[in-house]
Design a protein around this ligand. Structure first.
Ligand code: GRG
Length: 286
């Protein structure tokens, strides 16, 4: 089972099986490309490349790079030119996980069912491997020759985006006994939403689509990023669920999913695949 998290009892619906196969195929392509882009474990200094590879493989669901590829295809893009960009997005995600697990942040000993990087190796290597992975992502992005793309990704994951969300999260956890809805939305919108938003926008930037479609991609990405986080909280009984309970949180996820789908209308009948993926995100139970 390449995608146990998608085993949601939808077997029998051809459409969903089709999307599951699509996801599994794209996951394989992403994994293969990541293996090519990462320095081999025999490259000096070997240890840091071993740590980087430990963090990237076997990896998780690869949902963000798959969304980038699906977005590119929805815009009429073909071929593998999107792959370095999709992989850069996954690498950025990986770096945030390594750093988030560090003792100075969330202090998590486990990630994806095995030891987190700093536990398996040590803190300085985990920190540097995270830095190395982030740096590699910008090497890949800049090789596209698209300065606008590099600038947009930088903004999305900087202090006005992902890092900003993490900063707010850390501050609020320390100071507030009960985090306010407004702050939770800011944290989710930035910690989780910003990377999903740029994962989709990047696809449109590479394809060179018009402004209207670029905005639609970004809005769609932000909405499903938010949905993804709400579902994550439902699975972990954490975050929004602690404040709003299961039913309200699920309702919010459903509404956001509807809103996400509404942004796909400008893409006409090419939107089927992405809207299928959002449905699976909504149905995820593990
Ligand atoms: C800048 C250090 C730093 C952190 C940024 C993104 C982030 C903040 C921290 C990561 C931890 C976290 C719980 C983020 C919320 C988003 C989320 C649900 C991450 C898990 O993503 P999945 O489920 O992971 O796609 P897999 O294992 O499938 O790759």
């Amino acid at each position: 089972h390449v995608y146990p998290w998608l085993s949601v009892g939808l077997e029998g619906f051809g459409q969903y099986m089709d999307i599951k196969e699509y996801l599994a195929g794209k996951k394989r392509s992403v994994d293969k490309a990541l293996d090519e882009y990462l320095p081999s474990a025999a490259t000096k200094p070997e240890i840091v490349h071993r740590v980087m590879r430990y963090a990237v493989f076997p990896g998780g669901k690869r949902i963000r790079p798959i969304l980038t590829i699906a977005g590119f295809e929805m815009c009429g893009g073909k071929g593998s030119s999107i792959m370095p960009v999709a992989c850069a997005i996954e690498l950025i995600h990986t770096y945030t996980l390594i750093h988030d697990d560090l003792p100075c942040m969330d202090d998590d000993d486990f990630r994806r069912g095995r030891l987190s990087c700093h536990k398996k190796f040590n803190e300085s290597l985990a920190l540097l491997a995270g830095d190395g992975i982030l740096t590699l992502s910008f090497e890949l992005l800049s090789e596209t020759g698209n300065a606008y793309l590099v600038s947009e990704v930088s903004k999305a994951i900087g202090t006005r985006g992902t890092i900003g969300g993490q900063v707010m999260d850390i501050i609020k956890q320390k100071t507030d006994r009960r985090v306010k809805r407004r702050d939770m939305d800011y944290i989710t919108g930035n910690k989780t939403g910003a990377l999903f938003e740029i994962a989709l926008r990047a696809a449109g930037i590479v394809k060179g689509v018009e402004r209207k479609k670029l905005d639609a991609l970004g809005n769609f990405g932000r909405c499903i990023g938010f949905t993804f986080q709400l579902i994550d909280d439902l699975i972990d009984k954490d975050g929004y669920v602690r404040v709003y309970g299961v039913n309200h949180t699920r309702k919010m996820a459903e509404l956001l999913n509807e809103r996400a789908n509404s942004y796909l209308s400008v893409f006409g009948n090419r939107a089927g695949r992405l809207s299928g993926i959002t449905e699976l995100i909504l149905q995820r139970r593990s």
